[in-house]
Structures are given as C-alpha cells and as structure tokens.
Design a protein around this ligand. Structure first.
Ligand code: ADP
Ligand code: ADP
Ligand code: ZN
Length: 213
C-alpha cells in the first residue's frame, strides 16, 4: 500500500491524505509539513527551505529527495505510506524509482482554478500542530482555535495571493507533467476534487477498492 497524492496546491491533498492514512493505518508523509516544521524549529534545513517556500518556488530536488529517502526507511513505513506533495517534479519521481520504491497508486485530485483560489483564501492552519481547517468548508468548532490542540489558527505564509499565483504556475510547469508520467505507468486514479470533503474521500476509497464510481 504505497500511494502518492497528486494535485495542484490547495486541491485537498493533505485533507484526503490524512483520512487515507487513518483508514489504512499507514503514515502520512507530507513534505510540505516536514519543511514547515523545520522552518518553525529554525534548523539549517528550515533556513534553506524558507528561501524558496516564501517565494512560492520548489525547494531543490536533492534536499526534498533526501528527506523522503530517510523518512521511508523508518519502520512505520514497512506496510506502506501515503506521500503527499512528493514527487513534485519528474526528477523526484525518477529518484523514487531509483530508490527501488514501487508505487501502487497515484491519486490525482482535480480542482479548477476558481475553486482552488476559494480554498486557499479560506485555509487556516494551526500554529502549534499544523492541522488544517477552512473557514467555510471545514470550520473549527470555535473560530480561530484548533479543535485538536486548542492552538491558534493562522493563514499560511505562502497562501498570500501573489505567492499562490506563483505556486499555481510552478505546479503547471513542473508538477503537472507527472500526470502523464503516472498515466503511462497505469497507476493514475483521477478523482473529481470539487465535491465536498466526505464525498471526495468516499470516491477515493471506492476507486482504491476497484469499484466503479
Ligand atoms: P493541499 O494539501 O492540496 O494544499 P489542503 O488539504 O490543505 O490542500 O486543502 C486546502 C483547503 O481547502 C483547506 O482549507 C481545506 O480545509 C479545504 N478543503 C480540502 N478539501 C476540500 C473540499 N473537498 N471541499 C472544500 N474545501 C476543501
Ligand atoms: P501545497 O500542496 O498547498 O502547495 P505543500 O505543503 O505540499 O502545499 O507545499 C508547500 C511548499 O513546500 C511548496 O510550495 C514548496 O515550496 C515546498 N515543497 C513541498 N513539497 C515539495 C517537493 N516535493 N519538492 C519541492 N518543494 C516542495
Ligand atoms: Zn492544533
């Protein structure tokens, strides 16, 4: 059970990956989350990554690939994992193959740009634990307070509109080619991500179980 979540920024990869991880009892590996934690902890990795992330650019392949290589060696990955936000370039996908890590399914979440903008604008993340909410589509029970740890909810630094535009452009140029890359390998599962969170999740489960939707 080794899976990849693919899709433009803001499509709901993290939201769905958490649920899938829970359902199949496998770890959720989000490179964005690992990098944000490194920035929060002011590690050398964090300092390097921040330069790129604040501009909406991809962190260099060697850095991210190194992180993933170490993470998937952990014993909790023995029965599989779900990669969220990696690979993001053809080069990263090839590195995954070079590591000898075979992938079973690539879940590609499709959302139009108009909906993406609405998702970015309303996204709120917990300053303490990183949990994600949406002011309209997935609101916390108390405004601006994390349901999981009572931490403060903030707007992600790279969700500012000019950075979002840059990230969408980077996605189209560098990440979208992965759709054909995995389609050719017959691994791609296309999902309509415009539906509400629960519906998207149940269509992913159906497709993973090989049922028609
Ligand atoms: P990604 O990891 O792809 O950047 P997120 O999972 O963080 O995306 O989702 C982006 C924002 O949209 C979050 O605020 C999340 O709560 C919200 N969201 C996720 N899935 C849906 C959905 N199906 N419908 C509406 N909002 C969603
Ligand atoms: P989103 O899906 O909303 O863009 P992520 O949390 O996946 O958010 O990523 C946030 C940022 O972290 C990216 O814009 C990029 O700068 C960096 N990042 C995450 N994963 C990778 C990756 N695989 N390769 C390069 N940069 C990455
Ligand atoms: Zn929290």
């Amino acid at each position: 059970m080794r899976m990849i979540m693919l899709g433009p920024p803001g499509a709901g990869k993290g939201t769905q990956a958490k649920r899938i991880a829970n359902e199949f009892k496998i770890p959720h590996i989000s490179t964005g989350e690992i990098l944000r934690n490194a920035i929060k902890d002011k590690t050398p990795l964090g300092e390097k990554a921040q330069e790129y992330m604040q501009k909406g650019l991809l962190v260099p392949d060697e850095i991210v690939t190194g992180l993933v290589k170490e993470r998937v060696k952990e014993p909790d990955c023995d029965n599989g994992f779900i990669l969220d936000g990696f690979p993001r370039t053809i080069n990263q996908a090839k590195s995954l193959e070079d590591m000898g890590i075979g992938i079973d399914s690539v879940i590609n979440i499709n959302v139009c740009e108009e909906d993406l903008i609405e998702r970015f604008t309303g996204r709120r993340v917990c300053k303490t634990c990183g949990a994600t909410f949406h002011i309209k589509f997935d609101p916390p029970s108390k405004p601006n307070i994390c349901d999981k740890c009572q931490g403060e909810l903030i707007i992600r630094a790279d969700d500012e509109m000019s950075t979002v535009k840059k990230r969408l452009k980077v996605y189209t140029e560098q990440t979208a080619p992965l759709i054909d890359f995995y389609k050719n390998k017959k691994l791609l599962i296309d999902i309509d991500g415009t539906k509400p969170i629960d519906e998207v999740f149940s269509s992913i489960l159906k497709r993973l179980r090989g049922e028609a939707v």
